[in-house]
Design a protein around this ligand. Structure first.
Ligand SMILES: [Mn+2]
Length: 240
């Protein structure tokens, strides 16, 4: 089993270059992999599966092609696209996992994969806000609004979150080492792989390794490969 893991593409109608880069990645770097895991924040905002996102069609087609050619595609929620639903997953022939974490295997190796926002346990203000928008009532009310209203609200929330995050200490918005050690220990995994913080690195923890994926920028990203030899963080494009 060889899996490729990416996160934090933050695809947006105004960022066609990022989408083009992601399409190229799916065409060139994945074909021989058994599975692709997208660990959240695929979209910079997701306001509901009824949004046609016609601007994203090249990427959606690339995902569908990958899936049809035998690479399983798995989606997890990020803090920007937690409203991604089964209708979207079906549209691109992918499997959506709605749990915060997932344990995957390659031979004897086990990796625990997450978006990573729940590891930022020092940021209690963020976690309280998360609790609200992940609630069924909030989501029902939000999805009742028109697409235009939802987009306006999402843009507002994004601005607010950007300003708040910028005002916070860097350490506060990073994954908490004790929280990482705890999830690794509880899951029995050898490695924890997550995104969200946009601080790509490989950390040694007491209970194993922690691989942090990169965000997608104009020049590329840092993604992970996981197989029977373990997990590696690689740069793309441009070798490792
Ligand atoms: Mn995130």
């Amino acid at each position: 089993m060889r899996a490729i893991l990416i996160s934090d593409l933050h695809l947006h109608a105004d960022l066609p270059d990022t989408q083009a880069l992601a399409v190229r990645f799916l065409r060139e770097s994945i074909p021989d992999a058994d599975a692709l895991y997208i660990l959240g924040d695929l979209f910079d905002a997701w306001v509901g599966d009824d949004d046609p996102v016609t601007w994203a069609q090249p990427f959606l087609d690339a995902v569908t092609n990958l899936s049809n050619s035998g690479t399983q595609v798995h989606l997890m929620h990020g803090n920007r696209d937690f409203l991604l639903g089964d209708a979207f997953a079906q549209r691109v022939s992918a499997t959506l996992h709605t749990d915060d974490e997932l344990l995957i295997h390659a031979g004897d190796r086990r990796a625990l994969i997450m978006h990573g926002d729940t590891l930022c346990t020092d940021d209690t203000e963020y976690l309280a806000a998360r609790e609200i928008v992940r609630g069924a009532q909030w989501q029902r009310d939000f999805l009742k609004k028109s697409l235009i209203e939802r987009h306006a609200e999402a843009a507002q929330l994004r601005e607010k979150s950007r300003a708040i995050t910028a005002s916070k200490d860097l350490e506060l918005t990073d994954a908490n080492p004790a929280a990482c050690a705890q999830v690794l220990d509880r899951s029995g995994a050898d490695v924890l792989i997550h995104g969200h913080t946009h601080r790509p690195a490989v950390h040694d923890c007491a209970k194993g390794q922690r691989v942090v994926l990169g965000e997608w920028l104009a020049h590329g990203t840092q993604f992970a490969e996981f197989d029977t030899n373990g997990a590696r963080l690689l740069s793309w494009p441009g070798g490792s």
